[in-house]
Design a protein around this ligand. Structure first.
Ligand code: DC
Length: 220
């Protein structure tokens, strides 16, 4: 199977770019952040502090996370419920970042990611795909952009969904998540040694997709 890993910080446009590139290449697109978000949502629903490693680790046996692809679109299920929308709430972002620093959570989600990649030609996006989950991926891309630009993209998305957050809140949140994601002990966000870094600051979506697709085709 052909596996492409795309890693990078929050709001770099990984999901939009990876989804479009996967469509163009006829691969499935796997958003691994959705898995951490689902675990975070479980914690939020049950009033468990998502930064409490012991408590979150203890409830993992109660959780079943599954990914299903319906008409090529990924849906994430938490104990049988489709939580694909709930996991996009801003509080789920921070909860996901918190639980993702817990080693047992990462171990819990590891096999699922490996199984999907073993069975499908896919573009998988996340933070540690090229470094930990799929170290043998055929193509590895580290997608990034300046934090103010990433925050502006996220802010516009949230506004379109009717949220009343301020730009500053989005920027502050993003900086905290960037810091957490790249400073945690386990599988921190960093470019794989054999990855190609693409900085999309000042690039629009079409330009970013074109760039990624051309890197993938070149490496094949
Ligand atoms: O990509 P995202 O914003 O949906 O990810 C949510 C959080 O999950 C992010 O802050 C870090 C964590 N994450 C991770 O640690 N490893 C991954 N492969 C994907 C996401």
């Amino acid at each position: 199977m052909i596996n492409v890993a795309i890693d990078g910080p929050a709001g770099a446009g990984k999901s939009t770019v990876a989804r479009a590139a996967a469509k163009e290449l006829g691969y499935i697109y796997v958003d691994t952040g959705a898995l951490y978000r689902a675990v975070g949502v479980y914690g939020l629903r049950h009033g468990i502090p998502t930064d409490n490693g012991e408590k979150i680790s203890a409830i993992l046996p109660e959780i079943k996370v599954e990914l299903n692809f319906i008409d090529g679109v990924q849906h994430v299920f938490l104990n049988g419920d489709d939580v694909s929308e709930e996991i996009r709430l801003p509080e789920a972002s921070m909860a996901a970042s918190n639980v993702s620093a817990i080693p047992l959570v990462r171990a819990f989600l590891f096999d699922l990611q490996r199984e999907i990649a073993a069975k499908n030609n896919c573009i998988m996006d996340g933070r540690d795909i090229g470094t930990v989950v799929l170290p043998d991926a055929k193509v590895k891309i580290f997608l990034t952009a300046d934090d103010e630009e990433r925050a502006m993209r996220r802010y516009k998305e949230l506004k379109e969904k009717g949220s009343n957050v301020s730009f500053q809140e989005v920027l502050d949140d993003l900086r905290v998540r960037d810091y957490n994601d790249s400073h945690r002990e386990i599988a921190p966000l960093k470019p794989a040694e054999d990855s190609v870094t693409v900085n999309t600051t000042g690039m629009n979506l079409e330009e970013s997709v074109e760039k990624i697709v051309s890197i993938i085709k070149e490496k094949m």
